[in-house]
Design a protein around this ligand. Structure first.
Ligand code: 3PG
Length: 402
């Protein structure tokens, strides 16, 4: 590994900036955290940081979205998981945060508020620019070491991901160390055909990565589910009314171009399930009416997708295939995951929601790699150098050249 880990540093009595990814699914009505795996995983490095002063920083949601909340509940959940005090500080870079950090004692753990409350954290920068942001300038002087452990956001060139690492000694946390090692091992044995089962709601990100995956031989077949399937169905004219998603015209025309360029690669659902009067109703996609919201795949689609999965050398599944949290609409996600788990292929499952589904169906032991990362992992598989990994490699080079 070309990056440093916690084994390379003596952290006792040091003040540590620990960037984790506690971006969790949130119930839009109650703003409660629905699924807490990422918080649990964010505690992984803490046992190696006993005796240090640890300042935990994360984002939650995107500004303007329904899952954009403070980190107060995350700190509470973390405290319950650890069975010890974790103090929530309702500030990111202001005088309160700075005072709290300066007053910490060895063994203290605090959680700062949502990093994206700070405008700078919503933009991408070069490492030098990121190191000049007010966030990094104000806070970096309070820290001895930057520990990057937010693999799911390693594709974001934000100040917290690449800025601190540019001015402080920096290493990977245990989660990033484990994920990167496992991924590198898996990618050396992964064989074709490569089947990608692609869902999730971050359509813009996925469309950008899809072409790279195909061009780099990582996607011989792409089986579409979730919102991205709707976008392709719309591009094919099979869904006639607008989907009502962000940047719809742009994403639909990108999907249209991809289908034209790679006509044999993409598969879209032929039948789906919607909700009427609280019941699951299955239908052919061509029977859908204006306003119908696809909540799951239908049986014909699942059968067809399972055949592709069974003949794959490597399967990568990202994002759930429907609203599996509701018993009426778990069929597609559960069936495809079971197909992936029981296939002879090398299997990778990624993303916060889908990894929760893997656990729910008791399939964790049957998947080769379960990654907390969604979009970051898709990009990693394209062969792209992720900004966080680059920042860690640069920090390691600086460390060794001293
Ligand atoms: C994720 O859930 O993929 C990460 O937390 C990154 O979130 P983002 O796509 O809002 O940057």
């Amino acid at each position: 590994m070309k990056i440093l880990t916690l084994d390379d540093f003596d952290t006792k009595s040091k003040t540590i900036f620990l960037r984790v990814d506690m971006n969790c699914p949130i119930d839009p009505a109650t703003l409660k955290i629905i699924e807490t795996s990422r918080i649990r995983e964010s505690t992984e490095s803490l046992k190696d940081l006993e005796g240090a002063k640890v300042v935990i920083a994360s984002h939650q949601g995107r500004v303007g979205n329904k899952d954009y909340t403070s980190m107060e509940n995350h700190a509470k959940v973390m405290s319950e998981i650890l069975g010890r005090k974790v103090k929530y500080v309702e500030d990111v870079i202001g005088s309160e945060a700075q005072r709290e950090i300066k007053n910490m004692k060895d063994g203290d753990v605090i959680v700062l508020d949502n990093l994206r409350l700070c405008a700078e954290e919503n933009y991408e920068f070069s490492p030098t620019e990121a190191s000049k942001t007010i966030m990094v300038q104000r806070l970096s002087k309070l820290f001895d070491l930057c520990v990057l452990d937010s693999f799911p956001s390693s594709h974001r060139a934000h100040p917290s991901i690449i800025g601190f690492a540019h001015v402080l000694p920096a290493c990977a946390g245990r989660l990033v160390e484990r994920e990167v090692r496992k991924l590198d091992e898996i990618m050396t044995v992964a064989k074709g055909p490569h089947v990608v089962v692609l869902g999730g709601s971050k359509v813009v990100d996925r469309l950008e990565a899809i072409k790279e995956l195909i061009q780099n031989g990582r996607a011989d077949q792409v089986l579409l589910t979730g919102v991205i399937a709707n976008v392709f169905l719309r591009a094919q004219g099979r869904i006639r009314s607008a989907l009502g998603i962000k940047r719809e015209d742009e994403v639909v025309s990108k999907a249209h171009a991809l289908i034209g360029e790679y006509p044999d690669v993409f598969s879209v659902p032929v039948d789906i399930a919607i909700e009427r009067g609280g019941k699951r109703i299955e239908m052919d996609v061509r029977e859908m009416e204006k306003g119908d919201q696809i909540l799951d795949l239908g049986p014909k689609t699942v059968e067809y997708y399972l055949k592709s999965i069974q003949s794959a050398g490597t399967v990568f599944m990202s994002g759930p295939a429907g609203f599996f949290e509701n018993e009426n609409f778990k069929f597609g996600t559960e069936s495809l995951l079971k197909g992936v788990a029981n296939s002879f292929a090398t299997t990778i499952v990624s993303g916060g929601h889908l990894t929760a589904a893997v656990k729910r169906y008791g399939l964790s032991d049957k998947i080769n790699l379960i990654s907390t990362a969604g979009g970051a992992l898709v990009l990693y598989l394209t062969g792209a150098k992720l900004p966080m990994i680059q920042a860690l490699e640069d920090a390691a080079t600086r460390y060794h050249s001293k």
